[in-house]
Design a protein around this ligand. Structure first.
Ligand code: ADP
Ligand code: MG
Length: 312
């Protein structure tokens, strides 16, 4: 099977040392899938990492260091390189150990978004430092940022979260995948760009990695989209006494559960929505949500939540 595996932020840790150690553990279930004969394409989140880079750049540029301001798309590109390097490094080691000879390459990925996306008129994703109200008003004028009060902790910049429309580097990714390489792509949801005549303009936005992974899986004609996160399964009545873990659900059931608001926006909801959009895109396509630790068991049908158009 061709499988797109999307890694959640919790698989990556918070410091470079922690990340390098964590990705070594992350590499095992991924190489298990390869060893079982599957064709794997990797996607990953970048929330904490792009936050760290953005913050460091912002503090440096506001100091007397003479550092220039670093725009958000460039910070996203840096995070793709930084995380890609660690994944390449760890996967290399894990495959060497098992005598598997598959080249690994991370691709800096630009993802096209539409300037008409309604997300641009309703920014929702908080990033960077917290400010006083006075400073926030000043930044709104100076930098044309949108800032909002964030849960009593101060004012913070928010950016839009548009939907992915297309992947610029898709042909390069496809060629490598067809050659049997292990490709890492759409890191952090990809670098959002808007097409303007012949130009691709990077925009200050954050594409949800769950939607970008579903788009990648669709474009590569994958059979399976697996989102590895912090829980083994998806639940309804999550965290309540009548919490019920789901093994297999149809798209129709999933849509009903969304209506009943069982999934938290910003965490589980985008995963279920991405799973639905991939499962619906072509007959036979399925999506699974499970934890990193259970990836192999999930594929073997022992755990995880599988979402498909219909199930028996
Ligand atoms: P990732 O970094 O993998 O994208 P998120 O934290 O964004 O992870 O989303 C996964 C989290 O969503 C789970 O760890 C869990 O705490 C939370 N969650 C919210 N609603 C549900 C639900 N209905 N069932 C299971 N987990 C849920
Ligand atoms: Mg998430």
């Amino acid at each position: 099977m061709r499988i797109v595996v999307a890694l959640g932020g919790n698989a990556l840790g918070n410091t470079p040392q922690e990340q390098l150690e964590l990705v070594r553990a992350t590499s095992r279930p991924i190489v298990d899938l390869i060893e079982a004969g599957h064709e794997v394409v990797l996607a990953h989140g970048n929330g904490p990492q792009v936050g760290m880079i953005n913050l460091a750049m912002q503090i440096a540029s506001e100091s007397k260091s003479g550092m220039p301001e670093m725009p958000l798309p460039e910070c996203g590109a840096m995070s793709q390189g930084y995380i890609g390097y660690h994944l390449q490094n760890a996967l290399y080691e894990e495959m060497k150990k098992r005598n598997i000879n598959i080249p690994v390459a991370a691709i800096a990925t630009q993802v096209i978004v539409s300037s008409d996306d309604s997300a641009f008129s309703a920014p929702s994703k908080p990033i960077g430092l917290f400010y006083s109200e006075e400073k926030a008003r000043q930044l709104e004028l100076e930098k044309k940022w949108t800032l909002v009060e964030d849960a009593g902790r101060g004012w913070r910049r928010i950016v839009p979260s548009p939907k992915p429309v297309d992947i610029v580097e898709k042909e390069s990714i496809r060629v490598l995948v067809e050659r049997g390489h292990l490709v890492i792509a759409v890191g952090g949801g990809g670098i959002p760009v808007i097409e303007d005549n012949f130009r691709l303009l990077g925009v200050a936005a954050v594409i949800d990695k769950d939607f970008a992974s579903a788009k990648l899986a669709e474009i590569l004609d994958a059979d399976y989209l697996i989102m590895l996160t912090g829980v083994d399964q998806v639940a309804i009545h999550y965290g309540k006494p009548n919490e019920t873990w789901l093994s297999e659900i149809s798209v129709t059931e999933a849509q009903q559960y969304i209506k009943e608001e069982h999934f938290a926006p910003g965490s589980m909801l985008p995963k279920v929505e991405a799973a639905i959009s991939f499962a619906e895109s072509k007959p036979g396509r399925k999506a699974m949500i499970t934890s990193l630790e259970k990836a192999k068991a999930g594929i073997e049908g022992k755990t995880g939540t599988v979402i498909s158009v219909s199930h028996s």
